[in-house]
Design a protein around this ligand. Structure first.
Ligand code: UD1
Ligand code: UDP
Length: 355
């Protein structure tokens, strides 16, 4: 099977790594070809993940770069379509919910190439998020939907997807986490920030709803600065956020985006995490680290119902209350969700091999 595997943005790299590894173990069954759309291109948003996770160099880079979602989608459609014609792929595998995911799914479907979607079925029910449109549309084009949590199965069934196309397999992001967490902790990256293990918070923010309006971002960051009097905070800043961020004060330490191992080690050694990331809600649940999510909704309800995640919305008072609960030792411990066992990529690849 000549299988195009698509990546474009930071979270995609972490998801594709274990899949590429499993595909390489079955050379008689698969000819995997890695396609990077170029949506993320800075060394710290792309190359570092290939090194940290041992992902092979992409076979093709479409070099689309930044732009509006429409510009990026248009460029990917044209360039990936040319590649599909030239390479005659048997199937296309897409992961996650970014612009590159949907653009490649549309291109493949229009060329009658079957599409497999990894991390399907997640729904925030908030169409103001660009990712929600990508999720719904990609799932509708996919031949197989590989799902991370039970709510994903229910969402797809409710939308009328055939039960045969839905496969509950677990979470490939957690495969990567389990493979690398010991090595990541051993780096003791908190030392670089003059922090002590278990005595700092790790922060990330990059959702348009939190960071695109400079006044709103300023108010959120002012709240974090206040909180940093109680607990030092390390904040690796996404390029989207950097554009609107002023100089900060308190014990809130800004830095460039970090590589996977450094970031994973910092997460595993943190007292708590404050974020609006999708993947980090899941990783903190897998690590048993409290996660306070600065969003009004989540497409990953298992992290709240079973794991260590709490939605605090945009409410700084609620954030402060939850931080106090964690520091006071009164926070839920959480459990590991079903099938987040480090074997998800193996299940996906075994399924594809049997087609
Ligand atoms: C994208 C995804 C989002 C995901 C995030 C992961 C979409 C619609 N959004 O958001 O779901 O959570 O990636 O990080 O696909 N930039 C750089 N260097 C880079 C990449 C981006 O400077 O290597 C800057 C550019 O100014 C760009 C901006 O970041 O315009 C936004 O990048 P883009 O890929 O459009 O969206 P993200 O906000 O990164
Ligand atoms: N991550 C990282 N370095 C950072 C911030 C995040 O390696 O500075 C990792 C994080 O551990 C997770 C992934 O990037 O594996 C999440 O990506 P992001 O938050 O950009 O996207 P989302 O999951 O929200 O789509």
């Amino acid at each position: 099977m000549k299988l195009a595997c698509i990546v474009g943005a930071r979270p995609n790299f972490i998801k594709i790594a274990p899949i590429m590894k499993e595909l390489a173990r079955k050379p008689d069954a698969f000819q995997p070809l890695l396609v990077h759309t170029g949506q993320h291109y800075d060394g710290k948003m792309s190359d570092v993940f290939f090194r940290d996770l041992g992902i092979p160099t992409p076979d093709f880079n479409l070099g689309v770069g930044s732009g509006s979602p429409a510009q990026q989608t248009g460029a990917i459609l044209e360039r990936f379509d040319d590649l599909c014609v030239k390479e005659n792929f048997d199937r296309v595998l897409v992961v996650g919910d970014v612009t590159s995911t949907l653009a490649c799914a549309i291109t493949a479907a229009k060329r009658w190439i079957p599409v497999d979607h990894v991390e399907a079925g997640l729904r925030s029910f908030d169409r103001t998020m660009p990712e929600e449109i990508n999720r719904v549309a990609t799932d509708s084009l996919a031949d197989h939907c590989f799902v991370t949590e039970p709510a994903g199965v229910q969402n797809l069934l409710r939308e009328g997807h055939a039960p045969e196309k839905i496969k509950f397999v677990g979470n490939v992001m957690i495969d990567s986490l389990r493979t690398h967490v010991a090595k990541a902790l051993a780096l003791r990256t908190w030392n670089q920030f003059s922090a002590a293990q278990g005595a700092y918070a790790l922060v990330t923010l990059h959702r348009p709803s939190n960071v695109d309006d400079p006044a709103k971002l300023r108010a959120l960051v002012a709240g974090l600065e206040r909180l940093s009097a109680r607990l030092p905070m390390i904040f690796p800043v996404h390029p989207r956020t950097r554009k609107n961020l002023d100089v900060v004060g308190g014990r809130l330490t800004l830095c460039e985006p970090l590589g996977y191992l450094e970031f994973l080690g910092l997460m595993a050694g943190a007292k708590l995490v404050i974020t609006d990331s999708g993947g980090i809600q899941e990783e903190t649940t897998a690590l048993g680290i409290p996660c306070l999510t600065m969003r009004l909704n989540t497409e990953r309800p298992v992290t709240v119902d079973v794991g260590t995640n709490t939605l605090v919305g945009e409410d700084l008072t609620k954030l402060e209350e939850q931080v106090a609960a964690i520091l006071g030792g009164h926070y839920k411990p959480g459990r590991i969700p079903e099938l987040w066992d480090g074997q998800t990529a193996r299940r996906i690849v075994e399924f594809l091999a049997a087609l």
